[in-house]
Design a protein around this ligand. Sequence first.
Ligand SMILES: [Zn+2]
Length: 119
Amino acid sequence: MKPDKKARRRKRPDPPQPLVLPKHFPECRVCGETRVFCAEAMKGDAPLNLESLGKTPALFSYEYAYDTALYPVRLIAIGDICVECGTPRTIVMDKLKGKPRILKGDGGPAGGLMLPRGG
Ligand SMILES: [Zn+2]
């Protein structure tokens, strides 16, 4: 006898969800700690520029850049080290699209976008 089709279907794992960015990881996946090394170690130092710029200190960041036909793209991951267990961990990852490229036509009637000329 064949296995029940519905039962087989139920056993399949859920398909992976689409990636929604930016993706934040507010706590350590190992121990659950929310504090990270950089911010904790800097406490009491009153750094000059970080808060005025609205930046959160982080120990490391990684970036991967590539071009598409329409715009440049940067994939970034910013991370720090868990103060409790010492595990390096990602805090946030995101995908940043640059300014759209201006598509240059041949100047003819059917040639691409016509942009106003400055000056
Ligand atoms: Zn941890």
